[in-house]
Design a protein around this ligand. Structure first.
Ligand SMILES: Cc1cc2nc3c(=O)[nH]c(=O)nc-3n(C[C@H](O)[C@H](O)[C@H](O)COP(=O)(O)OP(=O)(O)OC[C@H]3O[C@@H](n4cnc5c(N)ncnc54)[C@H](O)[C@@H]3O)c2cc1C
Length: 504
């Protein structure tokens, strides 16, 4: 084996939204003590999308891996805490369920908790599944505490994420990236210059400056300036599975207590979100234009908000799907340039970090070996398919038939991969594991149960256990959660003590 030749010495990231600055911070951190340069070019003429304010727990791991102090980051981004998502009116009207992060109950005598709960249910026990989730019970009581400070209690297994101000996150990561040596160039890219093999050599800015690089990262948003307009990579449209294609957003003043969860409420032609931050609340309506006009969507959104609006409603069109190759030649697409799955499970920012982590694992030389590229693209696609299937479940399992949109959902074609998963679940109460999946069994059980899907059987080996002992264990687990939750501060009290952000 020889020392690697042809190593990449210069990365050029085009785009300074969340994707661009997460990439700059991640690569800048890896190469901060080397001769590799990371330069980010952002346009003063094109605004960032400015949404993307609900995250999932792995985003905090990204922040920690950069050595950023969590409390400082929370204050700088006006963040609040999130235990999961409360889904309202999805299964049927006036019905709600909770999708928590983290674990659910405890295994009993080597039997998976969910199977024990199914057995108990079959015996007539009516305790809801979510009574065994610390995150769900904490959310019911609007409470928050850091799990790692509650070792030895059921709270220790809880997981949390953040709600954050997208613009402030971009600013924070920009300052962080610059502090570790990333070069920031302001300029609007007008042309992309390629060599004979079709690899990108440089980008030309409006004022004539040229920015050269060995490897380019396209973070230019939906248009995909490098990956699509220059390299014509192509896009797989998944609208036939997830037909929502527009969102209208509005910010409001805070009102009432800050909830430690995102709310997702099903509407006539899609769903509305509510994301509480320390200084304001983000709201939006994701809808399908086949069943709802922009005017009706704005009216629905404004009818569903709680505080006074502080911005005018903004409509954002999108096409659900994925770029045919996230990595093509010497260009990697990240964020909206890579693909888009509606924000129902807040997965987009996570996909930026996960894609980067995988890219680092398969790190290329300047030639960009097609074998690495092909494996990389297969894995990114698998991540998208996994999330797509999980999102489709939220819609296709509905019992709502009160609007044309929901009737369509009830009869929709679902991906074969999801059908296989559902068939297996219905027979066994179990799940077919995939590879490095984002959504663990707790997530699937929560949504399946919330949408009224119950398996036919529990694992018959549970009949060999003494049922009254099993029920006692389940009851004591549930009571332990109730007791510890009562002792915790409210979400607002916790923020006040730990990470109150300055009033903007
Ligand atoms: C309605 C909606 C709700 C969402 N909610 C969530 C959520 O709750 N959670 C979540 O994780 N994600 C969410 N997302 C996704 C999230 O917003 C994005 O993944 C994230 O903001 C990253 O965006 P981006 O950086 O790819 O693109 P953008 O923010 O659009 O940034 C594009 C950048 O490219 C630059 N640029 C464009 N053209 C040029 C040019 N010619 N030259 C130089 N620079 C250029 C722009 O100046 C800008 O800096 C949501 C998305 C939408 C549409």
């Amino acid at each position: 084996m020889q020392v690697t030749e042809n190593t990449i010495k210069k990365f050029v990231i085009v785009g300074g939204g969340t994707a661009g600055w997460v990439a700059a911070a991640t690569l800048g951190n890896i190469f901060k003590d080397s001769d590799v340069t990371v330069e980010l070019v952002e346009s003063p003429d094109v605004a960032i999308i400015g949404v993307g304010e609900a995250t999932i727990p792995p985003f905090l791991e990204t922040i920690r891996s950069l050595g950023i102090d969590e409390a400082e980051f929370i204050k700088a981004t006006q963040a609040s805490f999130k235990w999961g998502i409360r889904f309202e009116n999805w299964h049927k009207k006036d019905h709600a369920y909770f999708h928590p992060f983290g674990s659910l109950g405890r295994d009993i005598d080597g039997h998976e908790f969910y199977q024990c709960w199914l057995k108990s249910k079959a015996e007539g026990d009516e305790t809801p599944l979510m009574a065994h989730s610390p995150e769900s019970v904490l959310s019911d009581h609007n409470r928050f505490f850091l799990p790692f400070k509650a070792m030895g209690t059921p709270l220790a297994s809880a997981h949390y994420a953040l709600h954050l101000d997208a613009v402030l996150v971009g600013r924070y990561l920009r300052d962080f990236a610059k502090s570790i040596g990333v070069i920031r160039t302001e300029g609007h890219v007008e042309a992309v210059i390629k060599n004979e093999q079709g690899f990108i050599n440089s980008v030309t800015l409006k004022d004539g400056r040229e920015v050269n690089g060995d490897f380019f990262i396209d973070c230019t948003g939906f248009k995909g300036l490098l990956i699509e307009e220059a390299l014509q990579t192509g896009y797989d449209d998944w609208s036939h599975y997830l037909p929502c294609n527009r969102a209208v957003t509005v910010q409001t003043k805070n009102i009432g207590e800050t909830t430690p969860y995102t709310t997702s409420r099903a509407q006539n032609a899609g769903w509305t979100w509510r994301i509480p931050l320390q200084h304001r609340t983000g709201n939006g309506y994701v809808f399908c234009d086949k069943y709802c006009s922009d005017e009706d969507a704005i009216a629905t959104l404004l009818a569903n908000i709680e505080g006074e609006p502080i911005t005018t409603p903004k409509v954002i069109p999108f096409v659900t799907g994925i770029r045919k190759q996230a990595w093509n030649k010497n260009c990697l697409a990240l964020g909206l340039a890579q693909g888009f799955l509606e924000p129902l499970e807040s997965t987009a920012i996570h996909l930026v970090s996960k894609t980067l982590a995988f890219f680092v694992r398969l790190f290329p030389t300047k030639e960009c070996n097609p074998i690495l590229m092909s494996e990389f693209n297969r894995r990114v696609k698998a991540d998208y398919e996994e999330i797509r299937d999980f999102l489709v479940l939220h819609y296709s399992a509905t019992e709502r038939d009160d609007t044309e949109f929901w009737r369509w959902c009830q009869n929709m074609e679902i991906p074969a991969t999801l059908q296989k998963k559902l068939d297996f679940f219905k027979v066994s109460g179990g799940l077919i594991p995939g590879v490095e999946e984002l959504f663990q069994p707790t997530s699937w059980y929560a949504v399946l149960d919330g949408m009224g899907i119950t398996p036919k059987n529990y694992n018959p080996t549970l009949d060999a256990l003494n049922y009254s002992q099993l029920n006692k264990s389940l009851t004591s687990g549930k009571q332990a959660i109730e007791q510890v939750v009562k002792l915790q501060p409210s979400h607002d009290e916790f923020i006040q003590q730990y990470c109150r952000a300055p009033i903007p």
